[in-house]
Write a new protein. Structure first.
Length: 245
């Protein structure tokens, strides 16, 4: 048994997790082979070994289109995996930071604030992430971070002109999330939207891939929102306070 870790991160090999490991010094990030979050015994064993004060849950099934055909796996990872972590965090009094998504909203009007009603969701991935949030909220000490991010480079030849979002590239979003994690216990809220300004997916893509062609969400089989942008004024107020402190 170790002397105890300050922070333990799930999903450390993922897109966001890789960035957070570089930004959060000393974070423990066991791989999937060491801690399969869908295995309650494995979760308990790792938490017993490292005894973290904070658990940052970034692991998730994030293939939105794939979730429609792999529903059992998506549910097992996003909902049952989160439940396993929450049960063990509850037993140990661990502060829980949960990485959630803008997809918990319907995605028709945009500009969603933290306290706006969630749902009805537009696809199965969104349903699992909404259910996971509900599981996390049974904990007395938690912070749900709703966010959205892309790889450092736009990975597709086209981008949708008819999907509006507050997402940004992971190297933009990850430092913001790392800052929030460091201050998590000071934040007087249980939900925080961490993202940037509203823009179309196409406008975001052009920032790093000028030759990207315009596309439409009508071209894909999975249902996507019209405008899933987030109101990030709460985060901006906090970030301003932290800069001035």
């Amino acid at each position: 048994m170790t002397d105890g870790a300050a922070m333990l991160l799930t999903g450390g090999a993922g897109r966001l997790g890789t960035e957070l490991r570089a930004l959060l010094g000393g974070v423990v990030a066991p791989g999937e082979e060491a801690m399969d979050i869908t295995d309650p015994a494995a979760v308990a064993a790792v938490l017993d070994e490292h005894r973290p004060a904070m658990l940052i849950h970034a692991a998730a099934y994030t293939d939105v289109a794939g979730a429609e055909t792999n529903r059992a796996l998506c549910w097992r990872v996003n909902v049952e995996g989160t439940r396993n972590l929450v049960v063990e965090a509850m037993r140990r009094g661990i502060f829980f930071v949960h990485i959630s998504t803008d997809y918990v909203f319907e995605g028709t009007t945009g500009g969603y604030a933290e306290d706006d009603p969630v749902g009805p969701v537009c696809n199965y991935y969104a349903l699992t992430k909404l259910a996971a949030e509900a599981v996390v909220r049974v904990l007395p000490e938690h912070l749900v971070i709703r966010t959205s991010f892309r790889p450092r480079q736009w990975a597709h030849p086209a981008a949708f002109t008819d999907v509006y979002t507050s997402q940004d590239y992971v190297d933009v979003i990850a430092p913001m999330i790392a800052q929030v994690i460091r201050r998590a216990r000071e934040i007087p809220h249980t939900t925080l939207h961490v993202a940037t300004e509203r823009k179309s997916a196409y406008d975001l893509a052009r920032r790093r891939r000028p030759d990207v062609r315009p596309g439409s969400k009508r071209e894909v089989a999975v249902r996507l929102p019209d405008d899933i942008s987030l109101d990030v004024s709460r985060y901006r107020r906090l970030a301003s306070q932290w800069r001035d402190a």
